[in-house]
Design a protein around this ligand. Sequence first.
Ligand code: NAD
Length: 335
Amino acid sequence: MGPIRTGIIGCGRISSSHAAAVRQLEGDFELTALADPNESRLRELALRHEVSHLVESPQALCARNDVDAVIICSPNEFHADQAVAALAAGKHVLVEKPMADNAGDAEMMARAAGRSGRVLALGHTFRHCAAIRYVQDHLRDYGALRAVEVSMCVKWDGPQTDWWTERSMEEGLVLSLFAPHALDFVHMVMQDDVLRVHVEAARHQSGWRGEDEAMILLSYPGRRMASVHVSYNQDYVVNRKSLHFENAFVLIEDNEKVWVNDELVVSPPGQPDGAARRMGSRDLTPYFVDQLREFARAIRGRPHRCILADEGVRFTALLDEVIRAAAATSRDAVH
Ligand SMILES: NC(=O)c1ccc[n+]([C@@H]2O[C@H](COP(=O)([O-])OP(=O)(O)OC[C@H]3O[C@@H](n4cnc5c(N)ncnc54)[C@H](O)[C@@H]3O)[C@@H](O)[C@H]2O)c1
């Protein structure tokens, strides 16, 4: 089987990590085409990754015969239509998180995937590492899971790209751009649909309209519960996940180290000391490489760890609930 010829739609910040991953998996993948309405971004990515076929529109990219799979890295509002168009053109799709702006759009994408028989996978990048996989594989080892706490806090000093500026509370800022990583972890370990959602959200910075800090409380069947704290206001980066099982306490730090009670069972892959605590200090490419490797396995019909369309719909419904709850309870705190 030859390499999966891959096109990228949207050549902004995150596209570069995907392009680097495609190039690292030479043999499995080949980067054949790029699309972006912004010509300078298109050219910059093409130059860095030696791609010669550049098009301005996603439609033109989907019409190409030398593209088997598409990675969608455009702003959230375009994910659904672009995924549907790519699937209809017979391409496999890896779509950046969040899959769609709402569960209705996510369902439309899932139906398109079903019709096409192609893979629609979600870019929930931070599942793809040794620490999270260890926990996923040992979920049944420690008795009943009772509670989960996730804290993911970073510092973004203002909008990192133009479309962050205008995102409203109803669309979600930190809740739709950052919380999906934290909520995906909760969704993965709970393996159930949520019963109740409570959210408090607030805005501390003035360069955007949406919330930049939020606390989410979730309740699940079987008297299980989870709390999630996400922030764009924290200089000292925090990424901590705690799981309270009947027979063990499991702690994941920085998606790298895992402790079961006091025993360190997964150690970091050699990042510099303290790198996880500073924005931009870590090389995140391995996550994107692992994610893409799983995408190739899904395309080739092998066992894989991709999150596919149906699970994506359930996850998007959870995200809808969270954003709705925040808009209902926190309007005053944000504005
Ligand atoms: N997995 C992760 O860790 C991660 C990290 C950052 C961003 N993301 C996701 O990736 C997506 C892109 O985010 P970003 O930060 O790279 O944004 P960005 O603004 O830097 O890049 C988006 C690119 O899409 C282009 N674009 C705009 N309209 C388009 C259209 N209609 N069709 C095609 N391209 C279009 C823009 O010109 C820009 O180059 C978002 O959905 C975001 O949530 C994921």
